[in-house]
Design a protein around this ligand. Sequence first.
Ligand SMILES: *[C@@H]1O[C@H](CO)[C@@H](O)[C@H](O)[C@H]1NC(C)=O
Ligand SMILES: *[C@@H]1O[C@H](CO)[C@@H](O)[C@H](O)[C@H]1NC(C)=O
Ligand SMILES: *[C@@H]1O[C@H](CO)[C@@H](O)[C@H](O)[C@H]1NC(C)=O
Ligand SMILES: *[C@@H]1O[C@H](CO)[C@@H](O)[C@H](O)[C@H]1NC(C)=O
Ligand SMILES: *[C@@H]1O[C@H](CO)[C@@H](O)[C@H](O)[C@H]1NC(C)=O
Ligand SMILES: *[C@@H]1O[C@H](CO)[C@@H](O)[C@H](O)[C@H]1NC(C)=O
Ligand SMILES: *[C@@H]1O[C@H](CO)[C@@H](O)[C@H](O)[C@H]1NC(C)=O
Ligand SMILES: *[C@@H]1O[C@H](CO)[C@@H](O)[C@H](O)[C@H]1NC(C)=O
Length: 306
Amino acid sequence: MHPKLFPISCIFIAIATLIHLPASLAQGNEFYQNCSQLFQCGNIQGIGYPFWGANRPQACGHPSFSLNCTGEAPVLTIETQPYRVLAIDDTTYALKVVREEYWDNSCPQFLYNATLDETPFNYTSDTDDLVLSYGCTTSLTGTTIPGQFSCLANGTSGTFGIYSSNSATATLANIPTGVTCTTSVIVTVNSTEGQALASSVENVTQVLNSGVGLLWQANNSYCERCVASRGRCGSDSSNAGSFICYCPDRDYAFACGSSSGSGGSGTCPFDQISSVFLLCSFVRLCFFRKVKESCRGSSLDLHVGF
Ligand SMILES: *[C@@H]1O[C@H](CO)[C@@H](O)[C@H](O)[C@H]1NC(C)=O
Ligand SMILES: *[C@@H]1O[C@H](CO)[C@@H](O)[C@H](O)[C@H]1NC(C)=O
Ligand SMILES: *[C@@H]1O[C@H](CO)[C@@H](O)[C@H](O)[C@H]1NC(C)=O
Ligand SMILES: *[C@@H]1O[C@H](CO)[C@@H](O)[C@H](O)[C@H]1NC(C)=O
Ligand SMILES: *[C@@H]1O[C@H](CO)[C@@H](O)[C@H](O)[C@H]1NC(C)=O
Ligand SMILES: *[C@@H]1O[C@H](CO)[C@@H](O)[C@H](O)[C@H]1NC(C)=O
Ligand SMILES: *[C@@H]1O[C@H](CO)[C@@H](O)[C@H](O)[C@H]1NC(C)=O
Ligand SMILES: *[C@@H]1O[C@H](CO)[C@@H](O)[C@H](O)[C@H]1NC(C)=O
């Protein structure tokens, strides 16, 4: 290398290091980046932890909060059963859902009771049990059966469904004498809507479509702490799905910058320290070279000064 070229190449390397530095900082923690993306589906916009699905990898949510955007609404799977999501309020940890097979339909093909036992979900307090009985036949003629709705169970002609609501009084025994049904299902609905049904203000489809409130528990307070520290919440698949806080530099157990890091997929902080060190060394080197050069004229000994 020609002596005169050295300071120029030195400055060039310094600039290159400067450019490289913010790039390596921005690259940071890939999970932090990916989990910054929010879930969008129809009317449900900007949803983050504990939900995952579509553009949000499972590590960005809690395992029990899988969303699938099917057309106009997200579908949440709870204990293998699909629920259509009508609203999500992540400030109160509340959801409004309808069992997918009961969306716009009081007569589904497969009948089962859905349970929230052993799930991170429970119903809000303003709920009512709607009892839907199917495969009903009657020996009564010329009488209007209360709560009757049309449902040809598996195409069986002459059958229908009946409902009764209000958890206080509705029992499966509410089926009128002279009517026999093969199967009953309990669907939890909003109690205000249940009352509207009882007073015939609304029909059974409208009540089912209005949805029911759920509350969720997914380490909510841990996530609040993580978000307050500018982190992104998620779950650690390598550690039985336990809570994790993704931060720009690396992963932490609860909050960014807290000493109890989990040492996950983040970049090593020494990468950035060594870049800064390298940059400073070059600048210093260039400066002294320049001074020496101006003192001694053009006679520069390349083997001195390292
Ligand atoms: C982050 O998202 C990118 C692009 O969608 C993907 O290639 C990458 O595997 C994701 N990384 C993680 C850790 O999920
Ligand atoms: C989402 O729903 C579609 C259509 O119902 C289904 O084919 C697909 O397997 C689902 N995806 C996931 C990840 O559950
Ligand atoms: C639903 O629960 C009710 C009350 O426990 C029960 O009588 C009914 O048989 C159940 N229905 C089904 C389809 O399991
Ligand atoms: C649902 O769970 C939360 C948290 O465990 C609890 O505070 C709330 O009272 C429960 N709600 C109902 C209706 O059981
Ligand atoms: C229709 O048949 C299926 C399969 O035999 C059964 O699981 C379901 O409960 C039946 N539906 C009604 C409405 O009776
Ligand atoms: C329920 O009411 C809605 C709106 O008034 C109507 O479109 C629908 O046909 C009714 N359904 C039944 C099963 O009566
Ligand atoms: C129940 O329905 C009433 C009336 O529509 C509504 O004000 C209330 O917010 C609903 N509750 C839940 C938990 O969605
Ligand atoms: C909350 O996080 C802890 C620690 O990460 C974990 O052990 C626990 O299972 C989580 N609880 C829920 C309800 O996910």
